[in-house]
Design a protein around this ligand. Structure first.
Ligand code: C2E
Ligand code: MG
Ligand code: MG
Ligand code: MG
Length: 278
């Protein structure tokens, strides 16, 4: 009996493993197809000043045009399979092109933040690529904000710091994304010459308990001590907005104000002032 069930169990795990490999290969095929046929698009999520209710910038978030696979899932596979370079280049050009479209419409430019994977450092011409696109579309560099995570420092500290310094030398902004989800965040904070720190949603999710509140408060103070702007991500309720206002947090990104939207929809709310109740 035991032997029998043992065998069943191992068959079961083999099946799970096989299914996950098949799934991964499928997604890999979808990604190759999407790269070849340009089947990606960007959505834009507003970042809101909690004192004035004004939109101060956007984060660009990638989507597949033909599938509803989440970026958390397909970006990881793209990184594993060596496909992130091309996808990353698409994101950079698309964001800069969008900036130039808004500029042509006569709107006051607001920065767009893009997510940058550590693996994109393998793309040795990436800095030059960014520089040339900014020039070609005539966009001042401070309107591009590059979000990195501390994982970029894991492989090669020097290369990552060199990369950040070159971006900053050009005038491009750099943000530290998902702050607090890694394991050596404090050490990295002192190493990274970044402009902005994005507090992960996991912190705001704990805003109701006292220790959660204390942690958010201390993280905001920490950022201040390092002279960094803070963006709190994943804010979904008015109670969370109130708490963050009380803690002197200035910028919020979350469903409470807006989900990620199509560029067209953003054009309609570009100058909107959200109600922040003050
Ligand atoms: P992230 O950079 O931390 O982006 C924030 C994620 O939180 C986005 O998920 C956004 O839609 C979601 N979000 C924002 N506000 C709220 C909220 O109030 N509630 C909840 N539940 N979620 C909220 P999304 O678009 O699914 O992206 C997931 C992750 O995929 C991103 O996390 C980023 O790590 C990665 N990603 C997305 N686009 C790109 C890209 O163009 N390049 C790279 N390398 N990674 C990307
Ligand atoms: Mg991000
Ligand atoms: Mg994040
Ligand atoms: Mg994330």
């Amino acid at each position: 009996q035991a032997k029998k069930s043992g065998k069943n169990q191992s068959t079961y795990f083999t099946e799970i493993l096989e299914n996950s490999i098949i799934k991964k290969n499928n997604i890999q095929e979808i990604l190759r197809y999407s790269i070849k046929n340009k089947r990606f698009r960007l959505l834009y999520q507003p970042q809101v000043d909690v004192l004035t209710g004004e939109i101060i910038g956007f984060e660009a978030l990638i989507r597949l045009k033909d599938h509803s696979i989440s970026p958390n899932e397909f970006i990881t596979i793209a990184e594993e399979k060596g496909l992130i370079g091309k996808i990353g280049r698409f994101v950079i050009e698309e964001a800069i092109r969008q900036l130039s479209k808004w500029k042509e419409k006569g709107l006051d430019l607001k920065p767009i933040a893009i997510n940058f994977s550590a693996k994109q450092l393998n793309d040795k011409a990436i800095i030059k690529y960014i520089e040339e696109l900014l020039k070609r579309y005539d966009i001042p560099p401070q309107y591009l904000d590059i979000e990195i995570t501390e994982s970029i420092l894991l492989d090669d500290d020097c290369e990552a710091i060199n990369f950040i310094n070159r971006l900053k030398g050009m005038g491009v902004k750099v943000s530290l994304d998902d702050f607090g989800t890694g394991y050596s965040s404090l050490k990295y904070l002192s190493k990274f010459p970044v402009d902005k720190m994005k507090l992960d949603k996991s912190f705001i999710d704990q805003y109701l308990n006292e220790s959660g509140k204390k942690i958010i408060k201390q993280l905001i103070l920490l950022a201040e001590a390092f002279d960094l702007d803070v963006v709190v991500e994943g804010v979904e309720t008015i109670e969370q907005v109130r708490l963050l206002q009380k803690l002197k947090c200035k910028i919020i990104q979350g469903y409470y104000f807006s989900k990620p939207l199509e560029a067209k929809e953003i054009s309609e709310i570009y100058t909107k002032k959200f109600d922040v109740g003050v």
